[in-house]
Design a protein around this ligand. Structure first.
Ligand code: ATP
Length: 363
């Protein structure tokens, strides 16, 4: 096992900068997840660590070794792709054994290792089958098994669960977590799936436009995002963003005034009239039974869409006087009607303020 260190890694493709000045170090045995919108450079980082891409500049270390010029097959990394790429003419056992065979490991040891890996992934009864005789989920597990069997220092996984249906995806995600707890391989995992990122990661790296936006533990990323991009990317439904103007009385949200929360007072010195984006997560908004807007942290909205999910109800509502919508996460027994006017109480302890122009967090 080994730590993985990227120092100012940059990758350009002609005039496209795929990743720019990426620097981080994954300690030995940790599970890091790369997330970000399509095209932000996740796969390029993974492929660079694997040695399938050459960095335009920067240094990459695996353990203490500088591996910039070490070819992929000598890097001792195992990679699992979204399309798993099993060898179709080989059985499951042969597929799992392949990497070890190439390394000329003692056949007895290979057999033993295939057995262990198959047991840990519940593949024992499928060892003689060919890939085309397996379901998508089983093929995915074989691809994982092939990577695990190699006992590589570093595991690189590029959306390995994206072809699975919802139930299998949940199960395999839990299996992956258990496997990592047992094996403790240094792992870099690329996904679009928030649940995977939040549940699997020791640390999440949020990327945008080839640059790191934030690196942190999942709860830190969720509760203390460093800017609007991270705040709105992590969380489902996403954090609400309300354009507002800073005034002497508070934040003016399309004519409705929200007071500046106590904990913010005196912390920043915004010029009156400054345009900001307020951020609040759907779970920190409650529907108030107070029909008059007497409490000044209430905001009036019109219900547009109601989505009952059983345990909770998602409500999309329109803000009076604007085209902005606001998502509310309400209890499962709350079912307002489209067109109904609601007064929302915003828990101002959980209010963020972002600079409209830069997206930087002001508070
Ligand atoms: P996705 O989530 O859609 O898989 P990603 O975050 O993994 O995207 P990358 O595949 O790393 O993004 O691509 C980053 C950027 O580099 C994109 O703008 C992409 O178009 C560009 N890019 C990647 N590979 C190449 C290539 N071989 N030639 C030219 N441009 C490339």
């Amino acid at each position: 096992m080994a730590n993985v260190r990227l120092e100012s890694i940059k990758r350009r493709f002609n005039n496209v900068t795929a990743i720019e000045d990426i620097t981080f170090e994954i300690p030995d045995g940790e599970f890091w997840v790369l997330v970000g919108p399509s095209g932000c450079g996740k796969s390029t980082i993974l492929r660079t660590i694997a040695g399938l891409e050459n960095a335009t500049s920067g240094n990459l270390y695996i353990g203490e070794q500088l591996v910039n010029n070490i070819p992929a097959r000598q890097r001792d990394v195992a990679m699992v792709f979204q399309n798993y790429a099993l060898y179709p003419h080989m059985s499951v056992a042969e597929n799992i054994a392949f990497g070890m065979k190439m390394r000329k490991i003692d056949p007895k040891l290979i057999q033993q290792r295939v057995g262990e890996v198959a047991r840990s992934l519940s593949l024992e009864h499928l060892l003689d089958r060919k890939p085309k005789q397996l379901s998508g989920g089983q093929q995915q597990r074989v691809a994982l098994g092939r990577a695990i069997a190699r006992q590589a220092q570093v595991f690189l996984l590029d959306e390995p669960l994206s072809n699975l249906d919802a139930q299998l995806r949940d199960d395999t995600r839990a299996e992956l977590k258990q496997l990592h707890q047992a094996l403790r391989n240094t792992t870099v995992y690329v996904t679009h799936d928030q649940v995977e990122a939040m549940t699997l990661a020791d640390k999440i790296v949020v990327l945008n436009g080839g640059q790191i936006q934030q690196i942190g533990e999942p709860q830190t990323i969720y509760n203390q995002p460093t800017n609007r991009m991270v705040a709105t990317f992590i969380g489902n439904p996403p954090m609400n963003i309300l354009p507002a103007k800073f005034t002497a009385n508070g934040f003016d949200v399309f004519g409705q005034i929200l007071p500046v929360p106590l904990q913010m007072k005196g912390k920043f010195n915004l010029p009156t009239g400054k345009q900001v984006d307020l951020g609040i997560r759907p779970e920190y908004i409650t529907i108030s039974s107070n029909s008059s807007n007497s409490s000044n942290s209430l905001i009036s909205v019109e219900v547009k869409v109601v989505e009952p999910l059983g345990r909770e109800t998602l409500i999309r509502a329109g803000l009076a006087g604007s085209t902005e919508t606001i998502n509310i996460q309400a209890a499962g027994n709350v079912h307002p009607h489209p067109g109904e006017i609601l007064n929302l109480a915003l828990d101002l302890d959980y209010l963020f303020v972002f600079d409209t122009a830069t997206g930087d967090k002001l508070y």
